[in-house]
Design a protein. Structure first.
Length: 243
């Protein structure tokens, strides 16, 4: 029992030290970036301690981030990606404000979907997306972090994906300590995944203000129908039976 208590105290100390070091390192990097911003504007760096120009710096960083996302080689910012699962179709918009917007539609029964025609499915009416979380992009690796909740528990998740051409392949999923963190929670398992979000150029995403005054998106148009080969083989087998 005593050994367990000692081990728990050691573990807590390690986590606390790690979090403190992380926080200080982040503060150091932000301060250095702020000083560099002042130098680039020919402003006396003594102002770095007063934070007189921090609002300008924040806006500058925001514009930098938007520029990076909008000009990325592969990521289709403010466009629509689609994942077609067995039962649910997921629509995603990676916005230039760093937020991920999502909507899910039941593949079989939803009134928003028209019947497939010439390899395409048309949305019968516009579909509103909600902000599910935020994301960061480094080179061709994208990470989405989000808050999840059920009746019994709540947690924070992070997906890791690889961006290439017209596809984002989600390869990992793991828990984090808090919302907005992309760091894996200590001792949690990493789930290996392999599913594709496909860019759909015939779906148009339009930004609007929702009822709470926040930016959101709605989508309209059509997307390429992804055939369910397992289901088709099953139907062929059923239809080939002899009575």
């Amino acid at each position: 029992m005593i050994k367990r208590i000692i081990m728990s105290m050691i573990v807590c100390s390690i986590i606390a030290c790690s979090s403190y070091k992380e926080k200080k390192e982040k503060e150091r990097k932000n301060h250095k970036a702020y000083v560099n911003y002042l130098i680039s504007r020919n402003i006396d760096t003594i102002k770095a301690n007063d934070l007189d120009f921090y609002d300008d710096f924040f806006e500058f960083k925001k514009q930098q981030k938007n520029h990076f996302l909008l000009n990325h080689k592969y990521l289709k910012t403010n466009k629509v990606y689609v994942y077609q699962g067995d039962k649910v179709i997921t629509f995603c918009v990676y916005a230039d404000n760093g937020e991920l917007y999502i909507a899910e539609i039941n593949k079989k029964r939803d009134v928003f979907l028209e019947d497939p025609e010439n390899g395409k499915i048309k949305l019968s009416e516009r579909v509103n997306l909600i902000s599910l979380g935020i994301f960061e992009l480094e080179n061709n690796t994208i990470k989405n972090t989000r808050y999840e909740k059920t009746l019994r528990k709540q947690w924070y998740d992070c997906n890791v994906g690889i961006v290439k051409q017209d596809t984002i392949t989600i390869v990992e999923d793991y828990r984090t300590n808090k919302y907005g963190s992309y760091k894996k929670k200590w001792l949690t398992k990493t789930l290996k995944t392999n599913y594709n979000l496909i860019y759909q150029p015939d779906l148009k995403a339009t930004k609007f203000k929702n009822e709470f005054g926040f930016d959101s998106y709605f989508i309209e148009g059509s997307f390429n129908f992804e055939r369910d080969m397992k289901e088709e083989k099953m139907l062929e087998l059923i239809n080939s039976r002899e009575y």
